[in-house]
Structures are given as C-alpha cells and as structure tokens.
Design a protein around this ligand. Sequence first.
Ligand code: NAD
Length: 282
Amino acid sequence: MNSILLGLIGEGLDLSRTPAMHEAEGLAQGAPTVYRRIDTLTERASGRELKTLLDAAVSSGFNGVNVTHPYKQAVLPLLDEVSSQAAELGAVNTVVISPEGKTTGHNTDVTGFARGLEEGLPNAHMDTVVQVGAGGVGNAVAYSLVTHGVNTLKIADLDPTRAQALADVINDAVGREAVVGVDARGVEDAIATANGVVNATPMGMLAHPGTAFDVSCLTAEHWVGDVVYMPIETELLKAARARGCETLDGTRMAIHQAVDAFRLFTGLEPDVERMRKTFLSL
Ligand code: NAD
C-alpha cells in the first residue's frame, strides 16, 4: 500500500487515541496514513445520514472506517457484507472498504478484548465469570468472554432489562444458555463464587470515581478485569491487586481493537508493541 486513508465515525471523538495509533503504525510500515475523525458531535445522525457519510468515505477512496458510539448497530444494515461474529452480536466497529467500494463489517472490540485477555491473563480460570455493565462496550465484552472459553457468564446492570436483553442476544447467538442476568444489588454474592469479574461500567473514570461493586468480596483466587483505561489503574484494579488478584486493565482492549482493525484495513501485520507505545504516549 502506498498510502492509507481511514476514518472514525461517531459522536464526541476528541479524546480517541485510535487515529494516532493507526497513523503512527501506517507511517512506520512505510505507508503514510491519514485517519480522520468524522464526528457527528451531539447531533445524532439518522440512518440515512449515516449512509451518506459511509457513501462519502467509499467515493473518497477510504480504505476503511471505524464506527463507534452511537452507530455500531445502525451501520450494520448499510453494509454489503458482515462477518458472522459481528452479525451474531448485531454490532460493527470496523468497516473495510475494498478498492471496488465493497463494504465489509467486522467487530474488533470482540476480537480485541479476547486477545487482551489471552495476553494479560493467559492462565486465568474461565468457568464462571461475572460482568458488571451491559452497555455498548459490555455487549462486545460479553460476546467475547462467552466465545473465548467462559462457560457461564453472569451479567448485572443497574438497568436489569439491559442485562437480560444482552443475555438473550448472546444466548441466541451461541445456541446455549451461556449468559444469565443477575441483580446488580447483591452482585457481590455472584462474584464470590466466580473465577473472575469484569467491570464494563464507567465506574472508576475520573468523572465516575469509585467501584461498581463492593470489593470486599474479592479474594486472591479471583481475576479482575476493567474496561476503563482513563486512568489505567482504576480504584477497582488497585483494590484487586491489594487483595492478591491478577488483573487486566482497559488498555489491552483499546489497543487490540486497533491492532485487529489495522490488519483488516491494510492487510499488513501490525506491530503490537509499537501500537501500544503510541497509545501509552498519548
Ligand atoms: P454505556 O453507558 O453504554 O454502558 C454502561 C452500563 O453500565 C450502563 O448500562 C449502566 O446502566 C451500567 N452501570 C453503570 N454503573 C453501574 C453500576 N454501578 N452497577 C451496574 N451497572 C452499572 O457505556 P459504554 O459505552 O459501555 O462504556 C463503558 C466504559 O467503557 C466507558 O466509560 C469507558 O471508560 C470504557 N471504554 C473502554 C474501551 C476500551 O477499549 N477499553 C472503549 C470504550 C469505552
């Protein structure tokens, strides 16, 4: 590839580190890369407007676009093809555009979380896991856990209908009762008997200090993951480490979703450590 043209379609993209990761990686591989933020700000695009943005990317010769909140579901019916994983989950975050203009959707949040898990917690027991938070990121995390070794996943959300809806989608997709919705009040009881727990809520961000559950239920037998990466060391991970738990921070998912997308966009093999270095330098 001589040069690479990519974009990110979503709402409120100022703090995204994804453009820098792709631009630095493309350049390092000898292919000058431009990665544009296509930010709809707070004005949510309708399906038709989203299609117009996508058509513009195709006709302008983009090699691909990432799609983020709140368009990961809405973009799906606009694509020529969708990978089986993304179709099952009903969410796309990566659209590859062929030289002929054909669009193919993938979900590298799913593959990225799984890769981060393999990398960060290679020996973790995965029989029963609790996930707190069933929002946008939680969807991909849950699907990833269930398709990468977790036997039973218990999902809790302050909005129990969200937890149940996500359980239904994933159980349908995998053809077994792998996911059950549990009450967010008292989720500590479910955690106490699980191998691991993942925080997929915003709790732990600077704007949402604290933890989504009472950490006194954690013992050294648990592993603890967090999707929050600002800060990297959340209150949850700090408390978990103090109790002797193995931990997985939110940077791994954020980096590996970009690594997997770069590979799909360009056909080039990304250098994970280089992309990690770019991410951490921001
Ligand atoms: P979201 O708002 O779509 O979903 C959050 C969910 O958590 C909601 O359903 C909410 O009801 C639930 N929730 C909030 N507090 C809770 C609590 N105390 N107990 C139980 N449930 C609770 O948000 P999202 O888009 O899924 O993002 C979640 C976080 O993921 C973000 O705040 C961000 O820090 C992080 N994030 C990480 C990555 C990554 O790659 N690592 C990427 C994007 C976002």
